[in-house]
Write a protein that binds this ligand. Sequence first.
Ligand code: NAP
Length: 306
Amino acid sequence: MGRQPPVGPPRWKGNDVHFAIGSSRMTRRAVRRVQLRGARVLLTGASSGIGRALAHRLAAGGAELVLAARRAELLESLSDELAAARHSRPHSIPTDLGIPGAAAQLGADALQHFGHEIDMVINNAGASLIGAQSLIGDDSTARTVYEVNFWTPLALSAALIPAMIARGSGTIVNVTSTIQSVPLPLLGGYYGSSKAALAQATRALRLELAESPIRVIEVVPGATDTALRDIDELPWKNSPPNTLPPVSPESTATAIVRGLSMGRRRIVYPSYSVVPLEIPAVGRLVASVGGRRVDTQEAIGSSGAR
Ligand SMILES: NC(=O)c1ccc[n+]([C@@H]2O[C@H](COP(=O)([O-])OP(=O)(O)OC[C@H]3O[C@@H](n4cnc5c(N)ncnc54)[C@H](OP(=O)(O)O)[C@@H]3O)[C@@H](O)[C@H]2O)c1
């Protein structure tokens, strides 16, 4: 009797896999570098901050971009800037990712724009909410934070992974935060917990797709000088605690592109932000000590979302 063909799930052939050789076969690890030139990339949260700076870096590296955010005029002005710099003009898709279903529609629209061939999605859009859980509970503002920060990356991944698998390659990039490990009062309940949930889902997705040609990357920014900067908005009893100054969104974007080109699976910037991620007790201590300086009583009287 002839040999039967193997039955089971398809075996993937990585098309641009480089191996970093460790001290033995057991420590051999695949390093899959992201090539930007000609890459078709969907970038959410492109209208401001890290996303806007990242759009500049990606375009300069030769990527073709679809940009998403709510503020259409900012997406258009960004497209104008990139075209004026002689980069490929991006396609803008204004959308409110706080609305259930919007992410799946965005994925479908991006696929259509790229002719069903997409190389990377960068789930960068983020929403914050500072307020007391004891008042807000699960109201619509709280649910919107999870819609933007958690459900949108999962929905976009699911919308795009089949097309990536059909092509034999693709990269999912989820932007979380060091706040995932620092459960400060009024910030950890919604924003922080949504980022912790996304970090966990990102690691699980990487394992789920380990035998596939899809790369799954977590970007973990620390304090970056943008409109979303976490701790400035907290109601401090006196002045905010002394922390290291935030880094610029441009330097964070540069670190992301460098990490992608080096094939990193997790990109943490600035590098000292890795401490609470790897030593969770440090994050809890920072939250506990810092949390005593937060005026939670005042917040219970004035919770609000933005
Ligand atoms: N800044 C920090 O210190 C820091 C630290 C750790 C992690 N991060 C993460 O970095 C990412 C970028 O944030 P950023 O610091 O650059 O802040 P940002 O300047 O406020 O950018 C947030 C982006 O998300 C978009 N966005 C927010 N809500 C949206 C919605 N409902 N629908 C569609 N787009 C929406 C915004 O666009 P529109 O307003 O035009 O919709 C904007 O482009 C976020 O995921 C954030 O959590 C930031």
